[in-house]
Design a protein around this ligand. Structure first.
Ligand SMILES: Nc1ncnc2c1ncn2[C@@H]1O[C@H](COP(=O)(O)OP(=O)(O)OP(=O)(O)O)[C@@H](O)[C@H]1O
Ligand SMILES: [Mg+2]
Length: 306
């Protein structure tokens, strides 16, 4: 796998002495969608801003597309598109001009066909001659994305891309991000919508108080840390959990109608079969069974509060 971003022993202390990042080590591979999750103030925007050369690092090394972000700033920056968290689009410019101009800033020759393609993909084509200040918030966010894509970057950062965007547009944006990935673009996104990471990401990194506490393939993460819950609706209420069951990770609901069994999704078969056999032996009958898998949200909340 080719590495598109490499972060080694990165530290950041802001001017006021606040240490925002501590010994960050991270590799992002070409063509993947990497979701960076973490609570407010964890350091996500700081990390992205450093890789994009907007904020200076205090110590460590960062390469983007094979270029050192300090010594080869221009080449590194040219390979990157950034959609920042804060919208700064109070512009008298038209959508078309702003996006075309942004391409020029990176020293790329004009390419109206490319600009047309991204504006159409972002449903901004009808608004191309409107001033940006006259657009809605969601449209402004799409203009930010169009600007970030204007110079055909290899790497795209999306810092909270869908904050304040309606559900339909969010789906459209997910679709667009997937298409970009298919065209070979490496995508790093931060989000507070965990379903977004669950839906999109190939790998997930969790950052907490300036430290990366976990990096894992999403599917592996969900099977490793995921829990399943089995609920059995009982034919007859139980007053208390029979002694035979007290060693299991099982609970009796307050009204005595339900048994709730929680297990690791990896060792499911063994435990469930044993439980059902034990219930059979005890003559406990049930009317219905439901299972539920933990979501990335459950896992994330568990990690961050650990
Ligand atoms: N210019 C600055 N000077 C001092 N401290 C800063 C500066 N910018 C950010 N910080 C602090 O660094 C920490 C990380 O901020 P950052 O914006 O990277 O968090 P974040 O993970 O992006 O949070 P959010 O989810 O709210 O966007 C916070 O405690 C923040 O107050
Ligand atoms: Mg942020």
């Amino acid at each position: 796998m080719q590495t598109d971003i490499s972060v080694r022993h990165l530290y950041k202390t802001y001017g006021d002495g606040f240490q925002a990042l501590k010994d960050i080590n991270l590799e992002i591979y070409r063509g993947e969608i990497f979701a960076l999750l973490g609570p407010n103030g964890a350091g996500k925007t700081t990390l992205i801003s450093i890789i994009c050369g907007i904020v200076n690092l205090s110590d460590g090394e960062v390469e983007a597309a094979g270029f050192d972000i300090k010594r080869q700033y221009r080449q590194a920056r040219q390979a990157i598109g950034l959609v920042p968290q804060e919208l700064n689009t109070d512009s008298f410019e038209t959508v078309w001009n702003a996006v075309s101009f942004s391409r020029g800033l990176f020293g790329k020759a004009p390419n109206p066909d490319h600009i047309e393609k991204i504006l159409k993909a972002l449903s901004l084509w009808d608004k191309r001659n409107n001033r940006i200040m006259s657009l809605s918030g969601g449209m402004k966010r799409r203009v930010m994305i169009a600007k970030a894509l204007s110079h055909e970057p290899q790497i795209l950062f999306l810092d909270e891309p869908t904050a304040g965007v309606d559900v339909e547009l969010r789906r459209d944006m997910w679709e667009m991000v997937r298409q970009l990935r298919e065209s070979g673009v490496t995508i790093i996104l931060t989000t507070h919508y965990i379903e977004e990471a669950e839906e999109m990401a190939d790998r997930i990194g969790v950052i907490r108080q300036g430290e990366i506490i976990l990096v894992e393939e999403k599917d592996l993460l969900m099977s490793k840390l995921g829990k399943k819950e089995l609920r059995l609706q009982l034919q007859h209420t139980l007053e208390k959990l029979p002694g035979e069951l007290t060693l299991e990770p099982i609970e009796l609901s307050e009204d005595g109608h339900e048994l709730i069994y929680t297990f690791d999704s990896q060792q499911e078969q063994a435990g469930v079969a044993r439980l059902l056999r034990t219930l059979g032996d005890l003559g406990i009958e049930y009317r219905d069974i439901q299972t539920r898998e933990s979501s990335l949200e459950d896992i994330f909340v568990g990690l961050v509060h650990e």
